[in-house]
Design a protein around this ligand. Structure first.
Ligand SMILES: Cc1ncc(COP(=O)(O)O)c(C=O)c1O
Length: 456
């Protein structure tokens, strides 16, 4: 085994830093994993509350999924995507039928590798259908870091060095009610943010429509139903219905990015189901294979994606519908059918949220806790409970990674991820299989962290 110090030295010489974030300097090294835990070189357990940004939703080294992978390795592990294999077709069928049941729409699936690539495919479908390259997206959005995906991701930081291709989003305030962009308060606001969006379409002089041609210059609105990197922000339940109405009036497509919140993170196959609207395109990835293979994809309504409008060769990736990924995803879909994940995730989510609310009552620095299913947020603030406190969040994050916390007399660590507009939100995406005892442990460790770090 190469020692930690030597690995860090080699990393600094041979690895680009461009594909990672280096929040902790030097980066933490892990050597093993199981269920909700990662283990470092000294075998100290770290309770993971972010599970690879919600990719490993069904637990690390899930035995059933590891078995499915091994079985596929022993049968048909490789196949060029111009040929067919059973797992690809059956997986596409399963997702299509699930969507027909939910949205009463016929559609098709196209696979790719990685979330950003699925977003690129969605952009192609939209451009192909509408012949336009202007999109709406939300402030606080994150859709990936390829050139197309970063053009519709809110942070200029991801574009600054690399300039633009032709796609571009107009960014609209997301209903982040704890810090309302317009300074309004729920529930009295009557969704003022949607009224402002609707206003854009009142006259051509607001710049987005041609009233004579009855057409908008904007082709689609890319949404995350729950903002992920933006800080696990849960919108009011009636928000998307009103937004969709405004889009339908002008033939603007709704593209639903489920890459982080899909696959039961919020208690539904797709998070958008919580809001009663039907998307035109859905992008998915991450937890579809429990993070064991970078399979991603899009579902789109039949008229957008059928082979006469989107013919062979419209996109291609060597690894797109690879047998290992599609067999894993098929097993994940089978698990989802066999067990009532909706009930389980909502029950666990309620329990975890209640514990977090108790913790909030102990610490004024926890300005907001909220969640839907097992997508939970803890917003760290100053002692006024509102001013964003990035410094405290960073300290807690780093302290958790040291592996020096104590739980029932044993040494352990806590893995957190920081998101949010002010980088002060712990975005919690625990395993969907997390046990009650592990949630209690999580809250006890968060309590230790905040108590220790606010004193320091
Ligand atoms: C909502 C959302 N869209 C797209 C992406 C990009 O996915 P990937 O990192 O697999 O390219 C992410 C990744 O975190 C995401 O959370």
């Amino acid at each position: 085994m190469v020692h930690d110090e030597e690995l860090i030295r080699k990393d600094s010489v041979y690895c680009s830093y461009g594909d990672t974030v280096h929040y902790a300097e030097p980066p933490k090294i892990f050597r093993g994993c199981e269920g909700s835990f990662l283990y470092d070189s000294s075998e100290t357990p770290y309770l993971d509350l972010q599970m690879w940004y919600s990719a490993a939703s069904f637990g690390y080294r899930n035995p059933r999924l590891s078995e499915a992978l091994k079985k596929q390795i022993d049968t048909l592990p490789q196949l060029a995507c111009q040929y067919l294999h059973e797992e690809k077709v059956l997986l596409a069928e399963k997702i299509c039928l699930a969507n027909t049941e939910r949205f009463r729409e016929k559609g098709r699936i196209q696979f790719n590798v990685g979330g950003a690539q699925a977003i690129e495919d969605a952009l192609k479908l939209v451009r192909n259908c509408k012949g336009k390259n202007l999109m709406f997206a939300f402030m606080g959005s994150y859709h990936g870091r390829t050139l197309g995906a970063s053009a519709i991701t809110s942070s200029y930081r991801y574009r600054r060095r690399y300039g633009h291709f032709s796609d571009r989003a107009q960014f609209v305030p997301y209903p982040y009610c704890f810090r309302c962009y317009y300074g309004k308060k729920q529930p009295d606001c009557d969704l003022y943010c949607v009224s402002q969006f609707e206003k854009l379409f009142e006259t051509e002089y607001h710049s987005v429509i041609d009233t004579k041609a009855k057409e908008s210059e904007y082709a689609a609105f890319f949404v995350e139903p729950i903002q992920a990197t933006g800080g696990y922000v849960v919108p009011p339940r009636s928000y998307f219905k009103r937004l969709k109405k405004a889009l339908d009036n002008w033939g603007i497509l709704l593209v639903d990015d489920e890459i982080q919140m899909g696959i039961y993170r919020t208690g539904k196959l797709w998070a958008i189901e919580n809001f009663g609207v039907n998307p035109d395109i859905i992008a998915f990835g991450k937890a579809l294979t429990n993070g064991l293979n970078p399979l991603s994809g899009i579902w789109a309504k039949e008229d957008l994606i059928n082979p006469t409008v989107f013919p062979p060769g419209s996109t291609h990736s060597t690894f797109s519908s690879n047998p290992l990924g599609t067999s894993l995803a098929l097993e994940v879909m089978a698990m989802l059918e066999e067990k009532d994940y909706e009930r389980k995730v909502l029950e666990s989510g309620d329990y975890f949220l209640a514990l977090l609310k108790d913790l909030q009552r102990k610490h004024r620095e926890i300005g907001d806790v909220d969640g839907l299913g097992l997508a939970l947020r803890v917003e760290i603030c100053g002692s006024d409970g509102f001013t964003p406190n990035r410094e405290l969040a960073d300290k807690m994050f780093l302290e958790g990674l040291k592996g020096t916390l104590d739980y029932k007399g044993s040494k352990c660590g806590l893995i957190l991820d920081i998101g949010g507009y002010y980088k002060n939100v712990f975005t919690l995406a625990p395993s969907l299989h997390i046990a009650r005892g592990e949630m209690e442990m999580a809250v006890e460790l968060l309590d230790q962290l905040i108590s220790k770090c606010k004193k320091a």
